[in-house]
Design a binder for this molecule. Structure first.
Ligand SMILES: Cc1cc2nc3c(=O)[nH]c(=O)nc-3n(C[C@H](O)[C@H](O)[C@H](O)COP(=O)(O)OP(=O)(O)OC[C@H]3O[C@@H](n4cnc5c(N)ncnc54)[C@H](O)[C@@H]3O)c2cc1C
Length: 402
């Protein structure tokens, strides 16, 4: 898909852009920044493609936003029979809400029209809060404050007693960083090594929360919105993946149940001695209707960044604690995020995503030969399909042979 990477139309006045789906956020940023425009929703890092992001329905750290679908006006999808379909909330809406967040199973998204917003300066603020007071803090000081553009709260392991809320607010102050975007192809050597060292050092996590973060947070920072949205994943690349690597998982929890989930999560992570570096809490408003929505209501997203061994045994251990954590998120009516390692049992998947059967029916109708496959759908869809086909075959057999 990377070859389908053109900007097809930019409507500066109406703040809209039409792109081919293999384009990366970074390429779009370079096209819109000269017009003082900015993407409304994307991930923290800008390397990903629009099609890959739509297919998992990503989110970022934006306040007053949520899943990416909220900023999509329409898509064009190539279906399994080769037809090209235009889909929007009002036209072929079942394809729109099936393909977005549909993990490539409905068709290939080839074009997308996104709504944009203005690029402006933002200033970083931070606030250290006791974890049990965070919900109240967020609801009263962040959620409805239109000046807050990006926000996330870092929850510090191993005690998970405090959070550091990092807030980027609109400002007219002078820039402390004049680059409009983070320069491409920077060399990131220090940060991945520092993360690894701190994660291994006895007391390393306390050094981070008590020494490093306060120093980082004390420096004044005023940047362009587009600059803060143009991070490169290279800054996370570990020095080696031979024995271990750093990995993400994510759990979505209804807003009012955050305080119930955090101790449950802490218990599972401690029991299995998971080497957690950080848990970042973000907020998302509800999804307007995708079939595999991870935010059927307003949620907090808890992004767990941890180190795991790359050997078979380590992976089996991760599968065990991941399933325990998924049970805990189910107990608060939440869901886990599907782009990462596939450890949830089919039963857990069905419980978390109750509209999966509607998605499967749509897939069966549009892609009867299961042309659009990947590991996720081989795991959760193929067995369902085989069962249905077996039943159909049995249904067709003469009564004497049943
Ligand atoms: C370091 C890191 C940080 C991340 N941060 C965030 C974050 O902040 N927020 C968040 O929500 N997620 C985050 N993610 C997850 C990431 O957004 C998803 O994995 C996303 O799908 C990656 O995009 P991609 O272009 O690499 O897609 P790919 O990995 O190439 O594809 C992802 C899925 O989409 C399908 N697909 C790809 N293109 C198309 C298309 N054109 N049409 C139909 N289907 C398609 C693929 O078949 C696959 O199922 C992060 C991941 C990493 C590794």
């Amino acid at each position: 898909m990377r070859g389908l990477n053109r900007v097809l139309a930019l409507d500066v006045q109406n703040r809209k852009i039409r792109v081919q789906a293999g384009i990366t956020w970074r390429d779009i940023q370079e096209a819109i920044d000269p017009h003082d425009l900015s993407l409304r929703i994307m991930q923290t890092y800008s390397n990903f493609t629009v099609g890959g992001s739509l297919s998992v329905n990503v989110h970022g750290r934006y306040i007053g936003e949520g899943p990416l679908v909220r900023s999509v006006e329409s898509i064009r999808v190539v279906l399994a029979d080769g037809s090209l379909i235009e889909a929007s909330p009002t036209r072929n809406s079942e394809i729109f809400y099936g393909a977005i967040g549909g993990y490539g199973g409905i068709g290939v998204i080839v074009e997308v029209t996104l709504s944009l917003t203005e690029n402006h300066k933002v200033e970083k603020h931070h606030q250290r809060i006791r974890v049990d007071q965070y919900l109240q803090y967020f609801l009263s000081r962040i959620r409805d404050d239109k000046s807050v553009v990006f926000q996330n709260a870092d929850l510090y392991p191993p005690f998970y007693k405090t959070v550091n809320s990092v807030e980027w607010r609109r400002t007219d102050k002078s820039l402390t960083e004049t680059e409009r975007l983070i320069p491409r192809n920077q060399k990131y050597v220090f940060q991945p090594r520092a993360i690894k060292t701190l994660n291994h050092l006895p007391g390393g996590k306390l050094i981070r929360s008590g020494v490093i973060d306060p120093i980082l947070n004390s420096t004044e920072s005023v940047v362009w919105r587009n600059h803060e949205a143009s991070y490169d994943v290279a800054e996370l690349e570990p020095p080696s993946r031979d024995r271990s690597t750093f990995v993400l998982q994510e759990y979505f929890v209804p807003v009012k149940r955050l305080n119930e989930f955090i101790p449950k999560m802490r218990k599972v992570l401690a029991k299995h001695r998971v080497k957690v570096f950080n848990v970042s809490i973000r907020h998302a408003l509800p999804d307007p209707g995708t079939l595999l929505a991870w935010a059927p209501e307003e949620v907090f997203a808890l992004v767990v960044y941890y180190e795991q061994g790359t050997g078979e045994k380590a992976r089996t251990r991760v599968a065990t604690w991941t399933r325990e954590l998924i049970d805990e998120v189910i107990s608060v009516k939440g869901r886990h995020y599907l782009p990462y390692q596939i450890h949830a049992t089919p039963a857990q998947f069905q419980t978390e995503y109750p509209r999966a059967h509607e998605y499967f029916l749509l897939k069966k109708k549009l892609d009867p030969t299961h042309k659009f496959r990947n590991k996720l759908w081989d795991h959760y869809y193929s067995p369902v399909l085989s069962k249905v086909e077996k039943q159909n075959k049995e249904g067709r057999l003469p009564a004497s042979k049943k």
